[in-house]
Design a protein around this ligand. Structure first.
Ligand code: ATP
Ligand code: MG
Length: 312
């Protein structure tokens, strides 16, 4: 007895003098006999990210959630600004439970999800909870699992991230199907946006970026800023970015009271609401229709999150 399980002998090289190529062949045959995991239906996941803080991620993500819901997509938004969540305020929701209880195993996904007055579902984050800003490994894995569970019941999943490149933020970007990078025309914001692209491209060379330039005071400045950003990204990290559009600086956004319905719902005729609708339409076009699709379990969002976690 050499202690090797009988079923393993043929592939261990202990019998028959199989060389490395032979073992590879047997291994591949064995793999192909195993029943493949059933594909699962999964929402399109869109991470809304930025380098600099305050560029308008939460404003954009909550507005898009309402517009996509109204366009007939089953839409959920996840407040991934760990510890500094605010999407519930922008959507007029008062949550009793948040990601904090969900990730601690004290509540289920269904108990934590809220349906906002405008229709999209919200997975609220915790606000002012310092320990949520630094998730443990166990919490990160629980987060990945819950993203996977949520994605199975939706068409689109918007992930509203905190600014910057904290590990949980980077992992969420890496796991998402698309990254909407929100920036501003100022050089400091563009430099920070480039830093995010560089950081992601180092780990994942197929990441897909769409750029929104917000706080634009002169029409057309957004596209000029985008051209500078994509040129630098192409030259230095070989990444081509795609332009989603610009959003004008508009005092009505700041004046909008917290707890009210989002502006796209409360003031749908406003120019701001129209430009957000144009962005939602273009997002739908660029992402190829924002429809859920079947993915093998090993390529689903939870698996992608876990795989990237190993390399960070
Ligand atoms: N186009 C705009 N015109 C005027 N004000 C805007 C515009 N977009 C966003 N704002 C305002 O800018 C502030 C920051 O917006 P928001 O909270 O959406 O940014 P954020 O990127 O999510 O910030 P953080 O990095 O802190 O998560 C808010 O007060 C918001 O109302
Ligand atoms: Mg925010």
């Amino acid at each position: 007895m050499d202690g090797t399980a009988p079923g393993r002998q043929t592939t261990s090289g202990g019998r028959g003098g199989l060389g490395p190529r032979g073992r590879g062949l047997f291994g591949r045959l064995f793999e192909s006999l195993k029943a493949p995991a059933k594909p699962r239906r999964e929402a399109v996941s869109i991470a809304v990210a930025s380098g600099k803080g305050g560029t308008g991620k939460s404003f954009l993500a909550t507005s898009l959630a309402v517009l996509l819901h109204r366009a007939g997509r089953r839409t959920a938004i996840v407040d991934c600004d760990f510890g500094l969540a605010c999407d519930h305020l922008l959507m007029g929701v008062k949550p009793h439970l948040t990601l904090q209880q969900l990730l601690a195993g004290q509540a289920t996904l269904e108990q934590t999800l809220c349906t906002s007055p405008c229709g999209p579902r919200l997975l609220p984050g915790a606000s002012g909870v310092r320990r949520m800003a630094n998730l443990t490994d166990k919490e990160l894995l629980a987060f990945a699992r819950e993203l996977g569970n949520l994605a199975q019941g939706e068409d689109v999943m918007l992930l509203d991230l905190g600014a910057g490149i904290a590990p949980a933020t980077v992992l969420t970007m890496l796991a998402a199907d698309w990254i909407v990078l929100v920036t501003q025309p100022e050089i400091a914001a563009l430099v920070d946006a480039y830093a995010v692209v560089k950081c992601i491209a180092q780990v994942h060379d197929k990441a897909r970026f769409l750029v929104v330039v917000n706080h634009v005071s002169v029409p057309g400045r957004g596209e000029m800023a985008f051209q500078k950003l994509t040129e630098v990204a192409r030259q230095h990290v070989g990444v081509t970015l795609r332009y989603l559009g610009e959003i004008a600086e508009d005092p009505s956004v700041m004046q909008h009271r917290l707890g009210q319905l989002p502006l796209v719902a409360s003031d749908p005729e406003a120019p701001m609401a129209q430009s957000l609708r144009d962005l939602a339409t273009r997002l739908d076009e660029l992402c190829g229709g924002l429809q859920p699709r079947d993915v093998p379990a090993e390529e689903a969002i939870e698996a992608r999150f876990r795989q990237h976690r190993l390399f960070l």
